[in-house]
Design a protein around this ligand. Structure first.
Ligand code: COA
Ligand code: AMP
Length: 632
């Protein structure tokens, strides 16, 4: 039996022994009574009875162990022309002081705090300060529009919101504060305090009595100590797109999260204390939570916090510059970033300009790594390019080629094998396992390992409906895929109404709800059509109301603005096809999957339940008119 097989089998057969040992990598105030509490399935809890503090584990203990002078965070911001380094000791001072600020504002254990910030070190400081007090943070990605922020404010009901005056998207100034003000005017829940980081880029107007200046508060702040919390207490809520307009509040606990992330660094990423790790993502996404902030710091590494893009800041050599300048060993980003670089620098000429000798692995996730991008990156970098699959829900990888355990041959298109702790199965809709190489639903046999979602924030029924009821006894991932005869997993894409645009997870169901509010739209569907750069792009198909006699071009522009205003620019909603009717089953279900295949020029079989087959021809013509359905 190989090393991977041995470790994997133990993790599945003896989860108590396996994770109990892994938990030794974390410092506890009080040891757990039980590693896995399986007394109330499907609600499994890890390290019940244990007490710890995540911030203590991420910062204080490294300072106490003599790592105080090691760099904890490298802030590299080509958009503001800044490089700043913070040692663990400096980070401790900043975080404990900001925890003092929050404490003075009344934040205490169990309270919620929303963080709506660009990629600045203060975003990580704010997260860690919440963790220090036992408060529950919820970070909202900066590309979301005020309406989306308002939905999250109403669900998380924060006592305090932390934001910044603005940021630069390449050269375009994005003012965060007016968006926050708009969100607060839309939300029913009104937090009484906001802390605003005034950046040199732009000065935010402040509301007297509600808004406080970050720097002013920090000048007067007294450091606050770590507050012990239960292993099962929530560390954060991270909202992610579901199939409707209401996002799902993924809950992450403190104990299981710290144990799993600490274990993942050496075992998956081959990263150990003192190593330099870079995740080119955003703190607003799960990758940013886990692998910009928590995992590298829990491990005592140096993490790079990059406020830039793969291209245009200033050129497609941006990633290679960061890797060589800071001596990055392992990098993690989304395939879309590599497709962007490949488009600008197809021959990889910028790669040769930099010393990448310390760079060992490139990890990609967030969307399927298409074999073309894999080959391009691998041929030019001549380093292992590792696809690994995970979700906001799991918080860390479900399948990967675990570089710290045993390197397997790479099969392009596959994210390799299940990570220890995840019992991955390919099932049919009745819950029966399908044969090797047959497409099915990717599911994980319960219990999920530590660090994964215990439930949804204030939505236990939705947790059961979304993840447990579809395949009893399993966690339903909503991804489709297959497993080959060697046990390699191929994740092919979502089987629900969630799409992936430039590594950003979005709900087509939500877009449909928004398009339907337009006064001229009678009915609509949104599908995720393939895109060379962004993986998928949303495309709308709308039926106009009888009597809507305005120019379709005008309506299309309005629909585009509507999505941009309600969800945000990151939705990248551009194209709408106006159709006379939508294809449906006899029971009235819109055939979105068939339309997606038509848009992508893929073969499709005529659904036996279709109401009127002639409609598919009309859909093809309409999609062709906006540049899709080319190859069919
Ligand atoms: N704040 C405000 N606006 C933002 C934003 C943010 N944090 N992030 C993106 N936007 C805006 C962009 O400015 C753009 O606006 P525009 O329509 O006015 O031009 C729009 O949202 C779309 O952005 P994006 O999808 O990022 O497209 P892009 O063309 O600017 O960049 C890539 C393309 C591939 C370089 C970029 O999408 C990328 O780096 N993706 C990686 C994503 C990632 O790391 N995901 C995490 C999983 S690992
Ligand atoms: P998010 O929750 O934003 O991380 O998005 C999770 C979804 O992204 C998954 O359900 C998949 O559909 C997709 N995804 C993430 N990583 C991969 C990968 N390596 N291969 C295929 N799909 C992926």
């Amino acid at each position: 039996m190989g090393r991977y097989e041995e470790i994997y089998q133990r993790s599945i057969k003896d989860p108590n022994g396996f994770w109990g040992e892994a938990a030794e990598g974390i410092t506890w105030y009080k040891k757990w009574e039980k590693v896995l509490d399986d007394s109330n399935p499907p609600f499994y809890r890890w390290f019940k009875g244990g007490e710890l503090n995540t911030c203590y584990n991420a910062i204080d203990r490294h300072v106490e162990a003599g790592r105080g002078d090691q760099t904890a965070i490298i802030y590299d911001s080509p958009v503001t022309n800044t490089i700043q380094k913070f040692t663990y000791r400096e980070l401790l001072e900043m975080v404990s002081k900001f925890a003092g600020v929050l404490k003075n504002l009344g934040v205490k254990k169990g309270d919620t705090v929303i963080i709506y910030m660009p990629m600045v070190p203060q975003a990580a400081v704010a997260m860690l300060a919440c963790a220090r007090l036992g408060a529950v943070h919820s970070v909202v990605f900066g590309g979301f529009a005020p309406h989306e922020l308002a939905i999250r404010i109403d669900d998380a009901k924060p006592d305090v919101i932390i934001s910044a005056s603005g940021a630069l998207e390449v050269a375009k100034l994005i003012e965060y504060k007016p968006m926050l003000d708009k969100a607060l005017s839309l939300a029913n829940h009104k937090p009484s305090k906001c802390v605003i980081l005034q950046r040199a880029l732009v000065k935010a107007p402040m509301v007297d009595g509600r808004d406080y200046d970050w720097d002013e508060l920090m000048k007067k702040a007294q450091p606050a100590e770590c507050v012990p919390v239960k292993a099962t207490d929530p560390l954060y809520i991270l909202y992610t797109s579901g199939t409707t307009g209401k996002p799902k509040g993924i809950v992450r606990d403190n104990g299981g999260h710290a144990v799993a992330l600490r274990w993942s660094m050496p075992n998956i990423y081959d990263i150990n204390p003192g190593d330099i790790f870079w995740s080119a993502s955003d703190v607003g996404w799960v990758v940013g939570h886990s692998y910009i902030v928590y995992a590298p710091l829990l491990t005592g590494c140096t993490t790079v916090l990059y406020e830039g893009k793969p291209i245009m800041t200033p050129d497609p050599g941006a990633f290679w510059r960061v890797i060589s300048q800071h001596g990055v060993k392992t990098m993690f980003t989304a395939p879309t970033a590599f497709r962007a670089i490949k488009k600008e620098d197809p021959k990889g000429e910028y790669i040769g300009k930099y010393d990448l000798s310390k760079f060992k692995y490139l990890f990609l996730a967030g969307e399927r790594l298409d074999p073309d991008t894999y080959h391009w990156a691998h041929n030019l970098l001549k380093k292992p390019v590792i696809d690994h699959w995970w979700q906001t829900e799991t918080g860390w990888p479900i399948t990967a080629n675990c570089m710290g355990i045993e390197q397997f041959e790479i099969k392009p298109g596959s994210s390799t094998k299940p990570v220890p702790g995840f019992d991955v199965r390919i099932l049919d809709t009745t819950g029966k396992e399908v044969e090797a190489n047959k497409e099915g639903l990717v599911a994980v046999k319960l219990p999920l390992p530590p660090g994964t979602l215990p439930t949804l924030w204030n939505a236990e029924d939705r947790f059961l409906e979304s993840y447990i009821k579809p395949l009893p006894g399993y966690y339903f991932t909503a991804d489709g895929g297959n497993k080959d005869e060697d046990g390699y997993i191929f994740v092919m894409g979502r089987v629900d109404d969630v799409i992936n645009v430039a590594g950003h997870r979005l709900s087509t169901g939500e877009m449909e709800e928004i398009l339907a509010t337009h006064p001229d739209v009678a009915e609509c569907a949104v599908i995720g059509a393939g895109d060379e750069l962004k993986g998928q792009l949303p495309v709308g198909l709308v039926v106009l109301k009888a009597g809507a006699n305005r120019e379709p071009a005008e309506i299309k522009t309005e629909l585009r603005s509507l999505i941009r205003e309600e969800i945000g620019p990151l939705a990248c909603y551009k194209e709408t096809a106006v159709v006379a009717r939508l294809p449906k089953t006899r029971s009235g279900k819109i055939l979105r999957g068939t339309m997606r295949k038509i848009a992508d020029g893929e073969k499709y079989s005529m659904p036996s339940t279709i109401d009127d087959p002639a409609i598919l021809g009309e859909i093809e013509v309409a999609l062709k008119s906006i540049g899709y359905a080319k190859k069919s």
